[in-house]
Design a protein around this ligand. Structure first.
Ligand SMILES: C[S@@+](CC[C@H](N)C(=O)[O-])C[C@H]1O[C@@H](n2cnc3c(N)ncnc32)[C@H](O)[C@@H]1O
Length: 210
């Protein structure tokens, strides 16, 4: 059972998460080219809200997560919206022969990479899932974001990048996976509501193409 299983039912109840989806989906519309997109793939989709916010430009989307409970909420969202989308329970941070290959025109993830231990395999799997010319967009905490998980139940031993990702390291991984046009966009600044008040945090936004 993943720690995210426990959070799934109430994940979307927090207004600051709703606002994050609004801001991030608007940014994705600016930095990605959604013309002629047939299929998307969201890694670490959680309840699926980011993809749902882009549903008008994603004829198909595969929502991938390790958390069964998150996927159950996402599946309800798909059914409610009458979308012809799929979900898949998969750990994309591991090497596997059956990882999806060349199925998506656009691949994206929000606030997921900092929970992943093997970033090289993860970026490799994301790239493998892209069709030629496909686009990738990653939004996550920059290195130095130690305050974000203050007081959380996440075990740093299982989440080596909990304090955020190093930009140079990530850029090397994107480049090493064969992606080009690597572009760092302006950070997104957001508010997080905690028990001890509201704090500001940043998300980096990086895009690239196969
Ligand atoms: C912080 S939540 C973010 C969820 C969603 N992207 C959002 O912004 O609301 C991280 C999600 O990534 C999933 N996740 C973490 N590591 C994963 C992995 N290696 N493979 C698949 N899913 C993973 C978790 O189960 C969780 O649903």
């Amino acid at each position: 059972m993943s720690i995210f299983d426990d959070m799934a039912k109430t994940w979307d109840d927090k207004p600051d998460r709703v606002e994050r989806i609004r801001v991030v989906s608007a940014r994705l519309r600016e930095v990605l080219d959604f013309d002629a997109i047939e299929a998307g793939l969201e890694y670490g989709c959680g309840t699926g809200q980011l993809s749902f916010a882009l549903a008008d430009v994603l004829p198909h989307c595969l929502l991938v997560d390790t958390s069964l409970e998150m996927l159950k909420v996402a599946e309800r969202g798909i059914a409610e919206r009458k979308l012809q989308w799929d979900t898949e329970r998969r750990n994309f941070a591991t090497q596997s022969q059956d990882h999806p290959e060349a199925i998506a025109d656009v691949v994206f993830s929000l606030q997921v990479l900092h929970h992943v231990d093997d970033l090289e395999t993860t970026v490799g799997n994301m790239t493998k899932a892209l069709r030629p010319g496909g686009q990738i967009a990653l939004m996550d905490l920059p290195k130095g974001s130690s305050g974000f998980h203050h007081g959380s139940d996440h075990d740093p031993a299982d989440n080596p990048h909990l304090d955020g990702l190093d930009r140079g390291e990530l850029e090397q991984l994107l480049d090493g996976a064969g992606l080009s046009s690597i572009t760092w966009h302006d950070d997104i600044e957001l508010q997080r509501d905690g028990e001890d008040g509201s704090t500001t945090y940043k998300l980096f936004v990086v895009t690239a193409r196969l």
